[in-house]
Design a protein around this ligand. Structure first.
Ligand SMILES: C[S@@+](CC[C@H](N)C(=O)[O-])C[C@H]1O[C@@H](n2cnc3c(N)ncnc32)[C@H](O)[C@@H]1O
Length: 224
């Protein structure tokens, strides 16, 4: 744990040494903030008002993002939390720093109790988290969530002899760019290539699969 200006700290860190970076920097909101600090309820203040306006803010942030790219490993990724005040400028800056092609996508982060001023506009209830990878070899761990019980009860109406529940789903896709799955355990790509490995992973993880027109529906089980 370091305490200090992150630019100075970043400069002491070795190149290609960090797996994952998340930052929640000032957003260029034009406000002063009081932050309740830790268990002591100590109030710390930080200013998000920038002499020189947006250009000053972007120079400040981009200098740090360049250092962050340097310390990130080739397999690493960076998540930058921002909001409507400057997210589009930050995106443009990161396209330069990290490369447009390394933008993974963004997360829309929604507050549960939004209190944006809705008097003369829609309330601002979301922030954005921009995600960039350092290279095409970035690490990505697939995320899975348990289905809600009610969902399983409603849709997974069939049961295997070993007790696992499953559903019968449509396997037909009219989209030529999407893969169509056969019932024999092979996936047929655009050119008819076999993607059995992916198929096995798909059935193991029980994700939705599509099938060729005319074949029997395949089973999508709820548990691996
Ligand atoms: C949007 S707030 C994030 C607050 C924090 N994520 C939280 O939930 O409490 C921005 C934070 O960046 C810190 N900050 C501003 N300039 C900094 C710098 N040069 N180095 C390190 N931290 C800085 C501020 O003190 C402030 O706590």
């Amino acid at each position: 744990m370091y305490y200090g200006d992150n630019l100075q700290v970043l400069r002491t860190l070795p190149t290609n040494s960090i797996d994952l970076i998340y930052i929640d920097p000032p957003f260029f909101s034009g406000a002063e903030y009081n932050v309740i600090w830790g268990d002591t309820n100590e109030i710390r203040t930080f200013s998000d008002i920038w002499d020189g306006g947006l250009p000053t803010y972007l120079v400040w942030l981009n200098a740090r993002l360049w250092e962050m790219r340097r310390v990130l490993k080739g397999t690493g990724s960076i998540y930058v939390h921002c909001d409507y005040h400057a997210s589009h400028y930050i995106k443009a800056g990161m396209d330069k720093t990290f490369g447009y092609e390394y933008f993974q996508n963004g997360i829309s982060w929604q507050r549960s109790l939004p209190h944006g001023n809705a008097g003369n506009r829609f309330a601002s209830s979301t922030d954005t988290i921009l995600i960039y990878n350092k290279s095409k070899e970035h690490t990505w761990n697939l995320l899975f969530l348990q289905h809600r019980d009610e969902y399983v009860k409603e849709f997974y109406r069939f049961r295997e002899s070993d007790g696992r529940v499953y559903r019968l789903i449509s396997c037909i896709t009219p989209n030529k760019n999407r893969r169509t799955w056969s019932t024999t355990g092979t996936a047929l790509g655009e050119s008819g290539s076999t993607l059995a490995k992916e198929w096995n992973e798909c059935t193991r993880r029980a994700c939705s699969c599509t099938r060729r027109a005319g074949s029997r529906p395949i089973r999508g089980t709820s548990t691996p």
